[in-house]
Design a protein around this ligand. Sequence first.
Ligand code: 5GP
Length: 202
Amino acid sequence: MNKGLLVVISGPSGAGKGTIYGKVIEQTGMKRSVSVTTRKPRPGEVEGVNYYFRTEEQYQQMIASGEFLETAAVYNNFYGTPKAPVFENLDNGYDVLFEVDVHGAKSIKSKYSEAVTIFLMTPDFDTLEARLKSRGTESASALKMRLDSARNELAKYEMFDYIVFNDTVEQATAEVISIIEAEKHKVKNNIAKINALLAQKR
Ligand code: 5GP
């Protein structure tokens, strides 16, 4: 059996990572990597589906016992990816999809170089600003901070394998899925299957 693919969707806040992530999961049946966070649940968020919600003390204990593949502080809260379930899924041949900030993507890639990293961006900065404003949750200074970070994040493009411009949800979802499909057909990702075929008696 081939090992599963580890795919990371990253990019600035407001680019639509959460939406595209949900659509790709829905359409491909890939496994979610459920992160742990110290932030409070938003209405409708479910423990173990969107995140594992933990106190800061519990979170620090998880760091101390080496449970994370990566951990980052994002806008005053901690977010991290538990290692064990990810590698269990990959070893069992399941593809796992991550949605993390740009630091998280860099950290995952440095620890697991086979990870496929996709940078999701709006077609331009005006669209990003409009999307952040339409959320209605940002103060003027927080908005400026997020736009500045977006520019800095895009400037780190070299660490990503792919970029997708999120013009419409349908188009961006289809492009992410086609990237994943192409990766699954790389010869290097099919060695186990090829060897199994070669081992078959004629
Ligand atoms: P939110 O609080 O809106 O759910 O997420 C805030 C930011 O944290 C998003 O950019 C999201 O991609 C990022 N994030 C979520 N989970 C993780 C994680 O496990 N690690 C890292 N580094 N970032 C994460």
